[in-house]
Design a binder for this molecule. Structure first.
Ligand SMILES: Cc1cc2nc3c(=O)[nH]c(=O)nc-3n(C[C@H](O)[C@H](O)[C@H](O)COP(=O)(O)OP(=O)(O)OC[C@H]3O[C@@H](n4cnc5c(N)ncnc54)[C@H](O)[C@@H]3O)c2cc1C
Length: 376
């Protein structure tokens, strides 16, 4: 079977790319090992934070603003509510890079940000306590994306545009010869002019089949829901949050539809092979204790653990993404290494991948995500 483009991985980035490529008139095939959205990769757990005054660096801001514009379009085009306007509160030592970068990203791009001392934070959200040398930066226009629902929304539009999505169809082999792509699964062979690799934690393995060795490290991550007093922690009143503490960087979500407060830790995690069975939440003793010590210290009103889950990050050495064309094959675009903060960008990443395939360039500068940074 012949296609204009094959996308390997119909998860966060791949499904969005499938929408934009099919919209541009490309005959598009998406292949996924599982049935997206699913709980085997990096995109499950109901919610993801989206914030614009970016603590990771102001260079991300134009890309994230583009992403939000595209999320708004997706909501409008599907009629599905995908964004919950909770606002996001970033908390940390006032001298830290995390806080200083948040403030400078907001200043440079004139993004609304309320900088608050501990008393102001605690007066506004009685569920929080924090040390005197910390400050809070509240971004009222940011919030939470429904992750599985967003992937389903792109899937619906991609299929309406004529894209084919094959689930439970794991790619085993990739061959590229004279600008023609051949993809093999266990029992099928497909051909195309172009290829997109958006395989999350499995990207390193697939890229190694194409003579590309990128520093991508899959790690095990955990997150959990806790009982929470709805009057205080519900998503109309309580923000999504990120706390940089001396123990680690923790993030979380207010109770959405009575689900409880969700919390996870961003830094750390055990290096894993995504093809091996991962230890379940709680199999490592620190899974619970780590989150509970954070909650006891900063959100002391939170109740019992309800349940936890595991998920995967794919880290790069600088925590920046890889969004680029294969150095040897100009008809292959790659999106990988989202380092635990990529979901919010996935609308804009999908559009960028489509642009790289269609015209070789993207309207928003994505050179910070280039492959050659690893070799210079
Ligand atoms: C617990 C947790 C919390 C997070 N919180 C946030 C947050 O608050 N905000 C934020 O912006 N980001 C967050 N992230 C990060 C974000 O979710 C990821 O960066 C993003 O989902 C990565 O998308 P992806 O497309 O690379 O991977 P995925 O969404 O996992 O998609 C990859 C797909 O490729 C498929 N695949 C792999 N190999 C093959 C193959 N050989 N053949 C066919 N298909 C294949 C997989 O089945 C999968 O469906 C979080 C991540 C985790 C784990």
């Amino acid at each position: 079977m012949n296609y204009d483009v094959i996308i390997i991985g119909a998860g966060s980035m791949g499904m969005a790319a499938g929408y934009y490529l099919s919209k541009s008139g490309k005959k598009t095939l998406l292949l996924d090992s599982f049935h997206p959205p699913h709980n085997k990769g990096s995109h499950h757990g109901e919610t993801r934070i989206i914030r614009y005054a970016y603590a990771e660096g102001e260079e991300y801001v134009p890309f994230i603003l583009k992403a939000q514009e595209l999320w708004n379009e997706l909501e409008r085009d599907t009629g599905k509510p995908l964004f919950i306007p909770t606002g996001v509160l970033s908390v940390g030592n006032k001298e830290s890079n995390f806080i200083q970068n948040t403030i400078s990203s907001s200043t440079i791009y004139s993004l609304p940000l309320e900088v608050m001392n501990p008393v102001e934070v605690q007066n506004r959200w009685s569920g929080i306590t924090m040390p005197n040398d910390f400050i809070g930066c509240f971004e009222p226009s940011s919030g939470v994306l429904k992750c599985e629902e967003s992937i389903k929304a792109y899937q619906m539009l991609a299929e309406m545009n004529g894209a084919t999505i094959l689930s439970n169809c794991r790619v085993k082999e990739i061959h590229i010869q004279e600008e023609k792509v051949t993809i093999k699964t266990i029992d099928k062979t497909f051909h195309s002019d172009s290829l997109v690799i958006a395989a999350g934690a499995w990207s390193g393995h697939l890229l190694s089949m194409m003579d590309l060795d990128l520093p991508l490290t899959p790690v095990r991550k955990t997150f959990a829901w806790f009982d929470a007093i709805e009057k205080i922690y519900n998503s109309n009143d309580f923000p999504a949050f990120a706390f940089e503490t001396s123990q680690g960087l923790y993030y979380g979500f207010p109770s959405v539809d009575g689900a409880g407060l969700k919390v996870g830790r961003h830094d750390g995690g055990e290096r894993i092979n995504p093809d091996e069975v991962m230890k379940q939440f709680g199999e490592i003793v620190e899974d619970r204790g780590d989150l509970i010590q954070f909650l006891n210290q900063y959100l002391p009103g939170i109740g019992q653990l309800k349940y936890g889950k595991t998920c995967m990050y794919t880290l790069t050495p600088d925590d920046k993404f890889v969004i680029d064309v294969h150095p040897k094959y100009s008809n292959v675009a790659i999106a990988a290494g989202f380092s635990g903060h990529g979901f919010k960008f996935s609308s804009a990443v999908g559009q960028a991948l489509s642009n790289l395939i269609v015209s070789g360039k993207n309207e928003i500068d994505i050179s910070q995500f280039s492959i050659d940074r690893f070799y210079n």
